[in-house]
Ligand binder design. Structure first.
Ligand code: FAD
Length: 446
């Protein structure tokens, strides 16, 4: 008889974990309640919904997030396969059509014979059944209370927001240029501003009405996730060096003072999200503020930006290096709830929890820790490191990896060596512990 595992949450981590375990022959009960109740950032019933931007960030293996993708591909990651099959243009980034991406994952998991999906919210953990909890930063409150009761009172949180998505047809494109901030390519819609326009827009941002934040003790933001109006209140310079940077732009011989960059959000080229424009401004105000810009007068907002409290547990205290609960060996955690931060980091942690679960169930000597020279290993070792008393959420980051010895002519050359080391060490690790994921030939075509 197939061994049975519960996976709670069919987000990025839960989908990846369910896939990895199903391909290894386990029977998976996959639960997600959003078909019956959605929170205010969920739009669809699909698994692996991308709730904010549509990018998995850079593909370059000269940075951690690019290396992480290569590592995940070594495990035949379903998230990576679906992402590559449903790409939209975005210079060196892996951006996707969010609906096609999520549909590819949903279709694939739903047709796997040993995955049994149940559209229900879980309120209690069944400790008798091996379980991966992957309910994300917005875990429903009843389950969160249950998690806190068993896994310690010191769960943490930070505030994060999403950016609005606009209907392209509602914009006057004569004010925009197809270009990109970082490279000479034409995949973004760029909106240049002169100084006076920027100043007016900045004033609108800082004076716009925001939604009151209840139920929090402190306004804690994760670095890089501050709402645009919070950045604007801090200084104009933060905007000009960040989401509104005029870097490398010149349009018709004129260098703009500031630039708004809009990223394509779907394969049909109908929707664009504003890069770095996550916000907690009230919905009618979001529209009004944008409408103050020429070319945005008739803007239609397909999805408004919203702010959320993101919860995570103190993994450093309660989980081991396979994301297994130290005190409750049947229970594993995966995704953002462990303290990793980001779509791709969450999905990668789903692979780690699934492999750890398989090892545990087979009662093999467990691998316990991924090599710290890999990005996957460095992330999970970071969030489960007992020394971190006050765990902060963590994105993939070269700084988490051990320094590499040798003399290098440039930082790029050094990062190439870090990449090669990660691939070689991961290959050895997979071979040593028999962790190869069977190639299931995921049907992720558009
Ligand atoms: C507002 C916001 C914006 C974000 N923007 C970005 C971004 O732009 N880029 C980025 O890389 N990351 C972003 N993140 C962070 C993070 O990468 C995502 O939240 C990511 O989806 C986390 O993956 P996950 O699998 O851990 O959780 P999720 O993808 O959230 O999946 C969790 C799933 O569990 C389900 N669930 C919850 N509770 C229960 C329950 N009790 N029973 C059954 N099912 C349950 C949910 O319905 C959901 O489908 C954002 C997060 C938030 C909240």
């Amino acid at each position: 008889m197939l061994k049975e595992i519960n996976v709670i949450g069919a987000g990025l981590a839960g989908s990846e974990a369910a896939f990895q375990l199903a391909t290894r022959g386990y029977k998976i009960n996959l639960f997600d309640g959003k078909a019956k109740r959605k929170n205010d950032i969920q739009k669809t019933d699909s698994f692996a919904e991308l709730v904010c931007s549509n990018t998995f960030r850079s593909l370059s293996t000269r940075n951690a997030v690019g290396i992480l993708k290569k590592e995940m591909q070594m495990f035949n990651s379903i998230v990576m396969k679906a992402a590559f099959a449903n790409r939209v243009d975005a210079d060196d980034a892996l951006a996707v059509d969010r609906d096609l991406f999520a549909k590819a994952i949903t279709d694939e998991l739903m047709q796997m014979p040993n995955i049994h999906f149940q559209p229900s919210d879980i309120t209690k953990i069944d400790f008798k059944i091996p379980t991966i909890i992957a309910t994300g930063p917005l875990t429903t409150s009843t389950l969160l209370d249950e998690i806190v009761a068993y896994f310690g009172q010191d769960n943490f949180y930070y505030l994060d927001a999403s950016s609005p998505i606009l209907e392209k047809d509602s914009l006057d494109l004569s004010y925009f240029h197809y270009a990109s901030r970082h490279k000479n390519d034409n995949s973004y819609l760029c909106y240049p501003m002169d100084e006076a326009t920027f100043d007016r827009f900045h004033a609108e941002l800082i004076n716009a009405e925001t939604i009151a934040i209840h139920d929090i003790d402190k306004e804690i933001y994760f670095k890089g996730c501050q709402p645009i109006e919070v950045m604007a209140k801090e200084s104009k310079k933060i905007l000009l060096n960040g989401p509104m940077s005029p870097n490398n732009f010149e349009f018709d011989g004129v260098k703009p003072y500031a630039v708004l960059q809009l990223r394509k959000d779907d394969a049909n080229d109908q929707f664009y999200n504003i890069v770095g424009f996550q916000t907690n401004i009230k919905w009618p105000e979001q529209k009004r503020v944008l409408q103050t810009l020429a070319g945005f007068e008739n803007v239609k907002i397909y999805r408004y930006g919203v702010l959320h409290k993101n919860n995570y547990i103190n993994s450093a205290k309660v989980l081991n290096g396979t994301l297994q609960a130290r005190a409750y060996p049947n229970i594993f955690f995966a995704g953002q709830i462990t303290g990793v931060e980001g779509y791709i980091e969450s999905a990668a942690s789903g692979i780690i929890a699934a492999l750890g679960m398989a090892d545990y169930l087979e009662r093999r000597p467990s691998f316990l820790n991924f090599p710290d020279t890999t990005v996957m290993g460095s992330l999970v070792n970071y969030v489960t490191n007992k020394k971190h008393k006050d765990l902060k959420p963590m994105k993939a980051n070269i700084g988490l990896l051990p320094t590499i010895s040798g003399t290098f002519a440039s930082r790029d050359e050094k990062n190439d060596a870090v990449y090669e080391r990660s691939m070689a060490d991961l290959e050895r690790f997979i071979a040593k512990w028999g962790l190869k994921t069977p190639d299931f030939g995921v049907a992720t075509s558009k």
